[in-house]
Ligand binder design. Structure first.
Ligand SMILES: *Cc1c(COP(=O)(O)O)cnc(C)c1O
Length: 371
């Protein structure tokens, strides 16, 4: 068997005619037509995400960079986020001249511990970046209360969670500003790279548009140290063709996750994801925990099954942060996750039969290694 950890080729084969047509409609003969494609995507994205403004940019990394610029915080200000997550989140904080304060995960969860975040507040704290990791929404109302109580800004990193909800509301709408990613590996993935900034604040939307255009609102007057990061119109066309399918794909991801859960249930097996907010999970990733994670990963690889370790180390340990101000606590729960997590293939075009085969191999290995 050969089952990749992630692939878009099955999706792109199914949508080939729609994608071809969408790409052909991008009119190369006028500049205005390309701006229209971008605006059309931004409008449908804002509508889908139930937010006033969506500003499409070149990547999720750029979206985070732009969100950090929106904080307008003095250098050395502190931004709280979770030590267990993807590099880009903490890197955006550091690049903005701010200090990430990295806290532990919550008990029985892959997500940030709000109690630990509360204990990390100082008079230099200006923001918290809430990462809805693996597609699971943090409690949006609790986050909002937390940010309001401490008079700090709430930034949501929704790179892995577009489409998920907390208490009925879409992620990305609880804070001042949110970042999305359409990297090819994400569950609303374009061909290569893309991202978006979401906000209900017209001023932040304007400054995000300025930031993605060299820090200029037009002409050669630059009010901000901006990027050159407009979403490519071809990617916008692809994403616009895909967006109507997203809810169906999320439904299919939930089915696949339920199938894994059924197949892997029982004592002496791998630990399936905690299931606190079942309706709020879009299963960007399906991540199990197992003591001999590396053994299991090698076993699956031998059988042709791709997996990924997200993430093998804590953010504060990244070599790129050497020489930068990065604060972290002990974070024992996050550390233990780095040793046992393994993400299994989960994409909407994966078949039931493939999930069964992967599950069977996992149970075989667990049995062989004595549970
Ligand atoms: C992928 C990802 C990013 C970065 O997005 P890119 O589009 O790859 O630049 C940021 N944060 C999280 C949590 C991610 O998963």
């Amino acid at each position: 068997m050969t089952i990749p950890f992630h692939t878009n080729s099955r999706q792109h084969a199914t949508l080939a005619r729609d994608l071809d047509a969408a790409l052909r409609r991008v009119d190369l003969t006028t500049d205005a037509a390309q701006a229209d494609v971008l605006r059309a995507f931004e409008n449908s994205l804002a509508q889908y995400c139930e937010v006033d403004h969506a500003v499409a940019v070149g990547s999720g990394t750029d979206a985070l960079t732009i969100a950090m610029a929106a904080l307008d915080a003095p250098a050395g200000s502190e931004v709280i986020t979770c030590d267990f997550g993807f590099f880009a989140t903490a890197a955006a904080i550091v690049r903005a001249g701010l200090t990430p304060v990295l806290v532990d995960t919550a008990p029985g969860s892959f997500l940030m511990n709000l109690t630990a975040a509360e204990q990390a507040i100082t008079d230099r704290t200006v923001a918290v970046v809430a990462v809805h990791l693996y597609g699971e929404a943090l409690d949006g109302e609790a986050l909002h209360r937390f940010a309001t109580k401490h008079k700090i800004m709430l930034v949501e990193d929704c790179a892995q969670a577009v489409g998920s909800r907390s208490a009925g509301r879409r992620v990305g709408t609880f804070g001042a500003v949110a970042a999305l990613s359409f990297n090819w590996s994400k569950h609303l993935g374009c061909v290569s790279n893309g991202g978006a900034v979401l906000t209900n604040d017209a001023d932040i939307a304007r400054s995000a548009r300025c930031m993605r255009s060299y820090g200029s609102e037009g002409g050669f007057l630059h009010s901000r140290l901006g990027l050159n990061s407009k979403l490519n119109p071809f990617e916008a066309a692809v994403l616009n063709a895909k967006l109507p399918h997203l809810d169906g794909w999320i439904g299919r991801r939930r089915e696949l996750a339920a199938r894994y859960r059924r197949n892997l249930a029982g004592r002496d097996t791998v630990d399936v994801p905690w299931n606190h907010y079942a309706e709020a999970h879009v299963y960007h990733k399906f991540t199990v925990r197992f003591s001999d994670r590396d053994g299991l990963r090698a076993h699956l690889k031998e059988r042709g099954v791709g997996t990924l370790v997200c993430y093998p180390s804590l953010l504060h340990e990244q070599p790129a942060f050497t020489g930068h101000q990065v604060h972290s606590f002990d974070n024992p729960r996050a550390r233990s996750l780095t040793r046992c997590v393994l993400s299994l293939p989960i994409f909407p075009e994966l078949t039931d039969d493939e999930v069964d085969q992967i599950s069977e191999q996992i149970l075989l290995f667990v049995e062989k290694s004595g549970g």
